[in-house]
Design a protein around this ligand. Sequence first.
Ligand SMILES: NC(=O)c1ccc[n+]([C@@H]2O[C@H](COP(=O)([O-])OP(=O)(O)OC[C@H]3O[C@@H](n4cnc5c(N)ncnc54)[C@H](O)[C@@H]3O)[C@@H](O)[C@H]2O)c1
Length: 282
Amino acid sequence: MNESSNGRLLQQTILVTGGASGLGRAIVERCVAEGASVGVLDRDEASCRSLEAEFGEHVLCVTGDVRDPSANEHAVTACVERFGGLDTAIGNAGIWDYSMPLVEIPAERLSAAFDEMFQINVLGYMQLAKAALRPLAARRGTLIFTVSNAGFWPGGGGALYTATKHAVVGLVRQLAFEFAPHVRVNGVAPGAIATSLKGPASLGMEARRFPAEAMLRGAPGFVPIGRMPTPAEYAGAYVFFASRDDNVPATGTVLNHDGGFGIRGLGATPRGGDDLLERLHL
Ligand SMILES: NC(=O)c1ccc[n+]([C@@H]2O[C@H](COP(=O)([O-])OP(=O)(O)OC[C@H]3O[C@@H](n4cnc5c(N)ncnc54)[C@H](O)[C@@H]3O)[C@@H](O)[C@H]2O)c1
């Protein structure tokens, strides 16, 4: 059952929330390429339909909101009914606060913004975990949550986003404990990605455009690896945590997969090795 012989995802069924766009879509593409059948839960109806048109029988989409327990249950049930079970559930749908500093959030809007950010970024993952636990336990499966560099370091969002992503790190650890030894729970913490990440409606940011091009241009100045990875380049980490051959020791861990924000150092450049090749005469 669902065992792979080479670390790939042959015959696995994988459910991805927020799989209709950006990082989630890249994870879907990679999982299909690895031989998996993929379910998606996303609130963007048009992107869901285009995903199904592109991937045909390999992908099923459920349109719904990750905050809604019945939407998560519906997506899990649809995967089990269509593909026969569930091996991996990936909580990934999220929103950003456009780095709005606490001092700039109007006091009368803070509570609503807090609720919206935490309900999508944290409660959504909990709803997925609750809905998927039974079929995952039946197959000794895996939960994977998208964290962020903001789960570890300040400055990758405002107080709201950073707090939600720190909360996800705690959720990974707690659920890994609660579900051991039956279901592994791990996180992937990507760095900046050129996507169309949206903001909270409660702060009027639901249609705001992520500054992807500016971030791509500016990346050499702030990403230690010198550029911003593509969404597809992040997807392999999810394959690793889903793979029954490779994930055996992994539970309760979060992979800093952010281009090196943790080793930026104290100098003017985020890299200590900019002149390394010169010094090595290469
Ligand atoms: N873009 C970045 O720089 C970056 C960096 C680190 C982490 N992340 C994280 O990556 C994840 C994916 O974001 P992305 O950058 O691919 O953005 P994106 O907007 O391209 O994709 C997010 C998807 O989630 C869906 N979604 C949002 N709220 C939802 C809800 N309430 N119910 C159902 N679906 C919902 C959206 O419709 C969209 O398809 C998020 O958790 C985000 O916090 C992004």
